[in-house]
Design a protein around this ligand. Sequence first.
Ligand SMILES: C[S@@+](CC[C@H](N)C(=O)[O-])C[C@H]1O[C@@H](n2cnc3c(N)ncnc32)[C@H](O)[C@@H]1O
Length: 235
Amino acid sequence: MQKETVPNSHNPRQDVSKIRKRLIAAKDKGFEIFNDTVAFPRDARIIKEIVAKHRTNEDTRPSRVVDIGSGTGGLGKALHDIGVNVVSTDIENWHHHNGTVPFVRATADRLPFGTDTFDVSTLWFVLHHTDDPVKVLKEAARVSDLVIVQEDTVRTDGPKWWRQLQQITYERHVENFQIINTNSRSTPTSYTNDDWLTSFEKAGLEVVEAKQVHKPGNPVRKIQYVLKESETIFK
Ligand SMILES: C[S@@+](CC[C@H](N)C(=O)[O-])C[C@H]1O[C@@H](n2cnc3c(N)ncnc32)[C@H](O)[C@@H]1O
């Protein structure tokens, strides 16, 4: 007897994956609203101050910033709103501000910009989504004078269970991100402050300034690092 085929057969696994995708998208939307209204305008003012402090009087070129791994483009928009020349770039086109902030689709480890085109490059929560953060840092340092990074870092003080919980949520965050962004590839890794310092050193960068920043997301500490190329002959 011929087997009956059921059209549009129900697959509960597909339902779970759809629900998971919707939940991740809803959570990301919430973060985006907070970032666009509170965090990015504050970040933009700080970046503008850093650019001004870093510039010498002889430098008459207009100051320029490149936001690498720009996501929906909120940081670029906030910079543009306070008069900073900014270009956004990302491996994926999620950009919401076409027409206001120029957007270039590119992978962060091969940027289509000349050496020292920018005063500052920003990498906001991008490195942990890439396979080779050192390569990305070197590329950011090639195209700009200063590199500013905001990153998730696991705290290593406190009880062991707390460290493990941070590692699980950190790695789950990276996995969830890859469900939404299939171009974003990295082995989920939970970086500590020491891991980041090692990556900066390997990229030939030294930390000028580091401070904790407060943003929603997974429960790990978020740190902003201002980096410049080490004045060393051993590059
Ligand atoms: C967590 S989101 C952060 C977005 C934005 N910087 C922000 O703070 O809202 C990470 C971003 O990095 C981008 N990304 C991941 N891997 C990348 C790569 N290799 N090159 C360029 N962008 C990348 C993703 O597409 C995503 O937009």
